[in-house]
Design a protein around this ligand. Structure first.
Ligand SMILES: [Zn+2]
Length: 206
């Protein structure tokens, strides 16, 4: 897909999201003198929302020529823009940071996949989930803590042996947390998706 078409599509999603947010009166949710854990004031958050709204409103294009059979085709690519740099909430910036991650993790994942083909690794998709509630921050912390405890169960101990735990079989893994509203409950539903490579088969009974 062409860069500009992709940005347009993501911008449409972003517009829907920011329009929905603009309909909410934030002062009904939090008081004007509220300061977040990371030190953001009410005005800081309003400014951030404005930045997300105007993300990629100015873009600089450069043209490239690619060979298609016997002829050349001109392709326009985005070379710079006023990105808001808020990847956790802006679809355009999330897409950009995802592309960077893809480049970073592509070859290590392929390397592990080759070892799976050679029978030296096992591959799994592991999903961890947690009960839905209304407190997003608390849910995220609880999921991260539970995941940490699960991984600790497989850690190497001082005597060189591993403690019992299936996570001890992990040799490589990559994960991301997905956050959404539960369709039935309307509460925060979060889960952790992981691609895991192990040196031994995981025992599902454990
Ligand atoms: Zn953005």
């Amino acid at each position: 897909m062409c860069d500009i078409r992709r940005i347009n599509r993501l911008k449409a999603t972003s517009k829907k999201f920011t329009a929905a947010l603009s309909e909410i009166d934030p002062s009904e949710l939090i008081s004007k003198d509220h300061v977040t854990k990371t030190g953001l004031t009410f005005t800081d958050m309003a400014e951030k929302l404005e930045k997300i709204k105007s993300c990629s409103s100015i873009i600089e294009l450069k043209s490239d020529f690619i060979q298609v059979n016997d002829s050349f085709e001109q392709v326009m690519k985005v070379s710079a823009a006023n990105f808001c740099k808020q990847p956790s909430v802006c679809p355009i910036c999330a897409d950009r940071s995802q592309a960077r991650r893809r480049v970073r993790f592509d070859s290590p994942i392929k390397e592990q996949a080759r070892l799976v083909e050679q029978g030296k690794r096992h591959a799994y998709i592991v999903t961890q989930t947690i009960t839905d509630t209304d407190n997003l921050g608390e849910r995220l912390e609880a999921l991260k803590e539970a995941n940490k405890n699960f991984r600790k169960m497989g850690q190497r101990r001082r005597n060189g042996k591993r403690s019992t735990g299936e996570a001890g079989k992990y040799v490589a893994a990559i994960s991301s947390i997905e956050v959404k509203r539960g369709s039935g409950s309307g509460q925060w539903h979060i889960h952790n998706h992981a691609l895991v490579f192990t040196d031994e088969q995981i025992d599902f009974r454990v």
